[in-house]
Structures are given as C-alpha cells and as structure tokens.
Design a protein around this ligand. Structure first.
Ligand code: ZN
Length: 678
C-alpha cells in the first residue's frame, strides 16, 4: 500500500491522505534522516556544500513535503483522529530537530565548512545558510554540557506539546459554544448578511431560527450592530473567556496552567543558552538589536498615540451619553464606535460589502500584482484539494516562467482554525531536475457566500486578503535556490511583515480600488462621494487601534523579559500593568484575553508581537516610495521585486531595505498614514 505523504514530487494528494498515513510516514522519514546524517559524516572527511548541506536540504524537503499537508489539514479540517496523530508526531519532529541541532559531529562538519576554503567559494546566500546553521546550533544548546543539553532538549519538546495544547483548547472552546435565537426582536440592528449567515448556521445544525457562534464572521457583526445590549454582553463574555476558568465553558479548556508552564520553560531554555530572559533569546534571530530598543520603540509610539486616543474615547463617550448611555462597557464600544462612525462619515463596513464581491476582488488583486511586477495569475482546475471551496492558481512572470502556485481557501467554516495566514506548502530550491516551484497556502476566514449570491467582503476582509497575499508573494517570487533562505525562510521575524503590510496600502488607493471593486449587481464603480467618505473615515479611532496593538506587544515583550522564577509568570499582573500605562479602555475583570492569545502562546510570536509595528515602519516607508513615483510605477515595482521579494532571507533586512529605498527607514510615513504626524 503506498503512502501519499511519501510522494516526493508534485502537489500533495489531499484526498488520499488519511490519519493512519501520518505516523508511519513521519517515523520512516525521520529514521531515514538520522541514517543519512551518519552516512554523510562517515563517508567524507572534507565537508563541502555538495556532500553535506545539499543532501541534508533534500532530506528536509522530503520531511516538509510529508508534514506540511498534515499540519495544514489539522488547521483547516480538524478532526479528532487527525489531531491525535498530529499531536503524536509533534514530539517526534521536535526531538529530531533538537537532536540534529545538538549533533556534535554535524556541528563540527558545519564549522569546518565555515572556517575553511569551501566557505570562500560559496555565494552570498549559501554563506548565509552556513552562518544561520551555526547560529541555530548554538540556539539548540550545542555548547552545553551533556546534562544541560538533555534538559534543553526535554524543554523544547515539552514546549512544542504545550503550544499545540494551547491552540487546541482555544479551538475547542470556540466550537463548544453557540447562541440560538428564535425570537426576531432580539436581532434588531443586525444587517441582512449577518442574519443570513446565522440562519444558514442554524440550518446546518438542524436548529430553528438563528445561530451565532464565536467564529469571527458570526461574532463580530453582533458586537458591532446588535441593538440588544444583553445579547452583546452574552457573546462578549463567551468570547473573551474562551479557554479560561470563567465564562460559559469555565474550566473545560482552561489554558491557565499551560501558559504558566510555557512561560517557565521558555525562561529556563533562554537561561540555559546564556540569555537573561526569553525576550533576549527571541532577539537573537531578529532585526531589533536589544530589548531596550524594542521597549523604547513601543513606548515612544504609545506616548505619541495616547492623547489622540483619549480624545477619540471622549468623543465616543459624549456620543453615547447623547443617546442616553452613561456607563460605556467593553461590549458597547464596537457598537457605539460603529454608530459614531456612521454619524460622522455616514459609512459602515456593511455598506461597502456590495462593492466587494469575491470574484471582482480576487481578479482585481491579480491585476494589481500584474501592474506592479508584470506577473500573470491563472486559475487551474482539477487540482486535488481538502475542501470544495478551495481554488488553485498559478503565477507566471513576463517571460512565461512559472514562479509559484497557491491554494486559496477563503471562507470560515466549522473545524477550521480562525484568523488568516499564509503557510508554505513547497519551498523553492534548486534540485538535480531543475528548480522546485514554490507553493503556498493562503487561508482566510471570511463570510461565506449566502445562497446563490457571490461572497461579499467587508473592506477589512479585502485588506486581510491583500496582507496574506503579500506574504504569499514573498514566499513564491523568491529567486533564491537554497530552501534555508528562500522565500520567507530565514527572514528575521520582525521584518517578515514588510511585504504583507506593504500590500494593504493598495486597498486605499482610488486607482487600485477601481480594479478590486464593482457593485455585485450593477458592476458600478464605487461612487466618488462614497470613496471620499471611506477615506475620511480611514483614520477613525486609529489612535485607539494603535494603542491596542501596542498593548498586546508590550504585554508580550515585558512578560518574556521580566519573568522571575521566584514569582512565576505574573501574566494577569503584567497585562494589568501594561493596560494601566497604555490603554485608554479598561476591559472588565473577567476578560481573559491572554487565554486565547494564540500568537504568543500557540504560535511563533513569543516576544515577537512587536514585529507587526516594527515592520510597519518598514512597510509604510516602502510604500511612500510608490506615493512619490505613482502607485503602479513599474520601475519602483521592479525595484521592490528585485531588492525585497526575490531576496528571501539571503541578506540582512536592513541591507535589503536600504538597497530598495536608498536610505535607512524612518518612522515618518507610519505616523503620517496613521494620522499621528505632528
Ligand atoms: Zn502577516
């Protein structure tokens, strides 16, 4: 019986993958990988790129070809059986990674390459691969004595298990709750699209009336539009207590103890490596140079934003007071924000939806990329995917060369992890048979089509799509042929959001909007006066939003910097402290935001959430080059393509930025775009 996960070329055969394939494939490949390392080390004494790095790279590629579809399906088509094998394999993979990272013979072989003549023969990207490898050996504990090394390995494995447990708890808590409504009077204020979705959800569950869930497209409209304050409070409470000791699923999926363990183990791992704390360890692979630099950067932005944010909050309080509401609570804020936005600018996310039907948005996005970089994107039919809603596309450059391919999975559905992300399916690398085409997964959780109408997106959803597509282009357009530094691989985490946030800017430009929008019935362009209102509303409450991001970033960074083994993680305490200093809105005591903050506890953003703002300085400044030369300026586009998108992690991000912009980044463009310029 053949195992679809072991096919070493072409796209994954999603429809054939079964949970029982996973463990044998992973275990077999890891055994092969271990044997290969020993053979390579034993059969050479003078190590070179070709006799060591290349064959190991190929082995990594085979492992990732098996694991990538599994990990992806676990996120977008979660089931009990798949989740179990996924969680069984995580420690195996993590053990393999640490074992190679702590392999003395392998380390010495890489050092021999780095210190000998071979290194001088390598090109810049190859040199970077070797430099990164030596850095990563050190970060895997290679320089520790045997006891500490063993402990370090244990910690890394446990951390990988805990992160997965954390995310599973959030997903389970999200799925475990819903609200059924049978009386229409409770639904006042909700737009038609939200009602239709709730009705569809009820039908799918064979229930009467309307069903609201904690998935974002269902939750968000209630918070924004429902006139029924009790309903908002009920959903808010369920949402912000997910995976905690409070709320409707209190204690069932509680992440409290898991977070404590994660923090303790990260700190211990960082200390073993000789860092003062995990925040320092985090910066070892980032563009930012010191923990002080990060904190200063965030605090400076907070200081600049706070007066404007306080004013925004005052405006909202005044507005609510005029409507007879004196005590503005957390579950009132999105509601009154939206009402105030409508009063000031007569515009709402809902009003814009008919202008952004899915086919128009996707085609327009492709047209923009074509203008900027001379690329052509075509749909490919008949590709084996994991769900009927998934589409597949191929990107060609001006010469007709295939540069990349991607799966596009746009809609929210049960058992699909929330949020939006780009992930690597296959990475670009040179092989004996030619260059391997990079393939990406682009995953969103947008409102699905209702009935026979096309899906209609909010402007925020369009921005999210552009964001993830920017990551996708970074992964797919790379011209680097070594997987370790091709695409987003090896790119410092705090620079990785540059190409994604950069793309968002086009969603605000008239000429670009004409390409991505058109009324789904009439095909008409967005009328000038509507565009005018959109623009005026762009920075509505932008200081409050800025502070919210800074609150998350400071919480994350201080939590990791200030961990004290004697006092524990002090998670709530840290969050409350940060809120006291930064936030203008204090959430209620029962808010357990930290229990579902998967970015830092379940994902890779630990002591790295600041990266969004950090990279926004780069992306805003990069876009300002287009503001100066024209947003479809082909020459500027070409320059961005060559200097940033194609280079992957082959050089330092600052060097690439300077090559593109002709100077180091400044914060001016970000302040100007956020309406905070002095
Ligand atoms: Zn991103």
């Amino acid at each position: 019986m053949s195992n679809p996960l072991l096919i070493a070329e072409g796209l994954p055969h999603f429809s054939e993958i079964r949970p029982e394939h996973v463990k044998p494939a992973v275990a077999g490949l890891l055994a092969e990988g271990r044997a290969l390392v020993e053979t390579l080390l034993a059969s050479n004494t003078a190590y070179t790129w070709d006799n060591l790095v290349e064959p190991l790279d190929e082995m990594d590629d085979r492992i990732s070809r098996a694991w990538s579809p599994v990990s992806h399906m676990n996120a977008v088509l979660n089931s009990e059986a798949l989740r179990n094998v996924y969680n069984e394999c995580l420690p195996l993979l993590s053990e393999y990674g640490t074992e190679l990272g702590q392999h003395e013979g392998l380390y010495q072989a890489y050092r021999q390459i780095a210190e000998g003549d071979e290194y001088r023969r390598l090109d810049t990207a190859q040199k970077k691969v070797i430099d990164n490898a030596l850095r990563d050996f050190r970060l895997s504990g290679i320089e520790l004595d045997a006891t500490k090394r063993a402990r370090f390995k244990e910690i890394i494995q446990e951390l990988s298990r805990l992160a997965s447990k954390y995310s599973d708890n959030v997903l389970d808590a999200t799925n475990a709750w819903h609200k059924q409504i049978t009386g229409e009077q409770q639904l006042a204020g909700l737009p038609g699209s939200a009602l239709a979705l709730a009705q569809q959800t009820a039908q799918q569950r064979s229930l009467d009336g309307w069903v609201f869930t904690l998935e974002f497209p269902s939750y968000f409209p209630v918070m924004t539009y429902a006139d029924d304050r009790e309903l908002r409070k009920e959903l808010y409470t369920a949402y912000v207590t997910r995976a905690s000791e409070l709320g409707p699923t209190a204690g069932l999926y509680d992440n409290g103890a898991t977070m404590e363990k994660i923090m303790a183990m990260r700190h211990e791992a960082a200390r073993l490596l000789g860092y003062d704390n995990y925040a320092e360890r985090s910066l070892a692979t980032k563009m930012a140079e010191s923990t002080d630099q990060v904190i200063d950067f965030l605090e400076d932005l907070a200081t600049r934003s706070k007066p404007a944010a306080q004013q925004e909050l005052e405006d909202m309080r005044d507005f609510a007071r005029e409507q007879g509401h004196d005590d503005l609570q957390a579950w009132d804020i999105p509601y009154y924000s939206e009402k105030l936005r409508q009063q000031k600018y007569a515009i709402s996310q809902e009003e814009l939806k008919p202008w952004f039907p899915e086919p128009r948005v996707v085609e327009g996005l492709f047209a923009i990329v074509s203008h900027l970089y001379g690329l052509q994107i075509e749909a490919v039919d008949g590709i084996d995917t994991w769900h009927k809603d998934v589409a597949f596309y191929r990107i060609r450059d001006a010469s007709g060369t295939v540069r990349g391919e991607f799966y596009l999975d746009l809609y929210a559905r049960p058992h699909k992890r929330g949020g939006a992300w780009m992930d690597e399916c296959i990475s670009r690398r040179g092989t004996a048979g030619g260059v391997q085409t990079p393939v990406a997964y682009l995953t969103c959780n947008f409102s699905p089509p209702i009935g026979d109408e096309p899906a209609l997106f909010t402007h925020d959803e369009v921005i999210t799509l552009f964001h993830e597509f920017g990551h996708g282009l970074h992964h797919m357009l790379t011209q680097i042929d070594y997987a370790g530094v091709s695409g987003i691989s090896g790119v410092a985490w705090d620079a990785v959001e540059l190409p994604s946030q950069f793309m968002e800017n086009w969603c605000w430009e008239r000429d670009a909007l004409d390409l991505i929008s058109g009324h789904y019935r009439s095909g008409d362009k967005i009328p000038p006066e509507l565009y005018e209102r959109m623009h005026r509303a762009r920075n509505f409450q932008s200081a409050m939003q800025m502070l919210r991001q800074l609150e998350f970033a400071l919480f994350d960074f201080r939590l990791h910097r200030d961990y004290d083994p004697k006092k524990g993680a002090r998670i709530r305490q840290t969050l409350e402290q940060v809120r006291k200093e930064v936030a203008v809105v204090q959430p209620p005591d029962f808010n357990r935001f930290e229990n579902s903050f998967t970015h830092i506890f379940g994902g890779g953003y630990a002591a790295g959430y600041y990266s969004y703002k950090w990279a926004e300085v780069l992306s805003a400044d990069a876009f300002s080059a287009f503001e100066e030369s024209g947003i479809f300026n082909r020459e500027t586009g070409e320059k961005f393509l060559r200097s940033i998108l194609e280079q992957g992690g082959s050089r330092e991000p600052m060097e690439l930025f300077v090559e593109f912009r002709g100077r180091e980044p400044t914060i001016d463009a970000l302040l100007r775009h956020s309406g905070l310029a002095a």
